[in-house]
Ligand binder design. Structure first.
Ligand code: ATP
Ligand code: MG
Length: 478
């Protein structure tokens, strides 16, 4: 029944209001009754006092004759709404303000309050006082004295139900205000909880859209509260990130497909030509070499993608060991001997005097060096210079690969680390690449918690640097 937020909220709110009201009413009702009863007593005491001082004293003194005295009492009783009874010391009624049909004139009142008041006490009581009164009354009895002589007592009674009516009137007021409060809270709670519900519905709808693949879905128009705005912002941020990821995924697939298709097309073309005799046997070697190179390219591409994916998903963690950095540099350079000679590159190695032991993954660092040197050599023209340098900085060593090649345009510099980014798409055949080399370098260095940087000026050259941690053993003799 109370499954939705607004219903739950409404139920809790109304229940709370009712409980508060009941507690308030329970504690207040006794106080209200007490207040009315005591104020009625106070009024009756005042009445008795004025009967005594204004009329009775003059009656006893003889300045007021009996019939005048009785007339005054009748008028007084009528005005005050109380019954006035006067008894003599024998508890016999000598005056009763009630009309003669119900008058207790000459009756002996044999009741506690009559007895006590004759005894000199002032008595208050609520009760039925049968047979003298028909209904419940509130009564005050007080002795009548003049100069220390007791002449009797005055008994004042007023109907108790009239007090009850007053109390009921107050109760009704409270009840009406309670109904108004319930009504107002109901309306405001309903409006409030509905707007919360609608906010939730909007979130739900957006989440469902995103889940079903519509990454452009956003939560709009949320100014409900700061928490909701923050939640909406987080959710929109998540959607944006998902959208970016989705774009990246799409680009990735498109790039891979493209990079796979072109070598496959040329391999297929040459093999077909060999088979149908378009290529004569004496030229087989030339074309099969091309086929072999294309196959190598495909293998490299596949390996690069696999490596990059593993590193990005943190499946491939660096296997740390201590090894000689300078020896690694020399070994890596050996692979490029042929290319350096071919392109007549001036290769310089500027290294620190002593051996440097670094703490890193040997294979991965060799891979990073290979990618950077490969780029330097690939983009350089004949006769350019490439310099490898190591510099000690505290407990780190900085390795830099510097070339005097074409440089990278500033706009491109931001993107070179992105997968498949190739700055110059119209470059020559020997400069062909898939654009994964630098992404791999970045992932390797990131995996080592080190930094990699690039400085480049168009037309002047490019320098890539990265840092490595020096092995602890090495630190001792530094
Ligand atoms: N030394 C450099 N001089 C000039 N441009 C460079 C240099 N190194 C990288 N770049 C630019 O950055 C791009 C990205 O380099 P990256 O090594 O990632 O890809 P690639 O060399 O084109 O292909 P791959 O390394 O996957 O065979 C290059 O295509 C090139 O435009
Ligand atoms: Mg490269």
């Amino acid at each position: 029944m109370f499954t939705t937020f607004s219903r739950k909220f409404l139920a809790i709110y109304i229940l709370t209001t009712i409980v508060i009201f009941l507690i308030l009413f329970g504690t207040l009702s006794q106080t209200i009754t007490n207040h009315f009863v005591s104020s009625r007593y106070r009024k009756m005491f005042n009445e008795i006092y004025s009967i005594e001082t204004e009329y009775y004293d003059s009656y006893i003194q003889g300045t007021l004759d009996e019939s005048m005295f009785h007339n005054q009492l009748y008028t007084y009783s009528y005005r005050a709404g109380s019954r006035i009874i006067i008894i003599d010391p024998d508890q016999r009624v000598i005056f009763d303000s009630e009309p003669s049909s119900r008058s207790l004139m000459d009756t002996i009142i044999n009741h506690d309050y009559a007895r006590q008041s004759i005894g000199g006490e002032t008595v208050t009581q609520i009760g039925t006082f049968k047979p003298y009164e028909a209904e419940q009354v509130i009564a005050v009895a007080s002795p009548l004295k003049y100069e220390e002589t007791l002449y009797g007592a005055v008994i004042l009674t007023s109907p108790y139900p009239s007090i009850k009516e007053d109390i009921r009137y107050v109760y009704n007021l409270i009840l009406i205000s309670f109904i108004v409060i319930i009504f107002v809270t109901f309306i405001s709670t309903y409006v409030f909880s509905r707007s919360i519900s609608q906010t939730f519905k909007a979130f739900n709808a957006t989440a469902k859209s995103i889940a079903s693949g519509d990454f452009s879905a956003r939560i709009e128009d949320t100014h409900f509260s700061t928490e909701v705005i923050e939640l909406a912002e987080s959710m929109n941020y998540m959607a944006e990130e998902l959208e970016k990821l989705e774009d990246l995924r799409r680009d990735f697939i498109a790039n891979i497909s493209h990079d796979f298709r072109s070598p496959l097309t040329s391999i297929r073309g040459y093999v077909q030509a060999v088979m149908d005799g378009t290529i004569p046997p004496e030229k087989y070697e030339k074309y099969l070499t091309i086929v072999l190179n294309e196959t190598d390219r495909l293998t490299k591409l596949t390996n690069d993608i696999l490596l990059l994916t593993k590193m990005e998903n943190e499946v491939l963690k660096p296997e740390m060991e201590d090894f000689d950095l300078h020896e690694t540099l020399r070994n890596t350079l050996l692979q490029f001997e042929q290319k350096i000679l071919q392109k007549k590159i001036k290769m310089t190695l500027i290294i620190e005097d002593e051996d440097i032991l670094v703490h890193a993954d040997y294979n991965q660092i060799q891979r990073a060096l290979t990618n950077l040197i490969d780029n330097a050599l690939k983009f350089c023209e004949n006769g350019d210079e490439v310099t490898l340098e190591t510099t000690l900085i505290g407990d780190q060593v900085r390795v830099s690969v510097k070339d005097t090649g074409p440089g990278i345009a500033e706009d491109d510099l931001k993107h070179i680390w992105t997968r498949f980014h190739k700055a110059d798409r119209s470059r020559g055949k020997d400069k062909k690449g898939v654009g994964l080399g630098l992404s791999i370098v970045r992932e390797i260095i990131k995996g080592h918690h080190q930094t990699v940087d690039v400085y480049s000026q168009l037309g002047k050259g490019t320098t890539f640097t990265f840092t490595l941690a020096i092995a602890k053993k090495n630190n001792h003799h530094l």
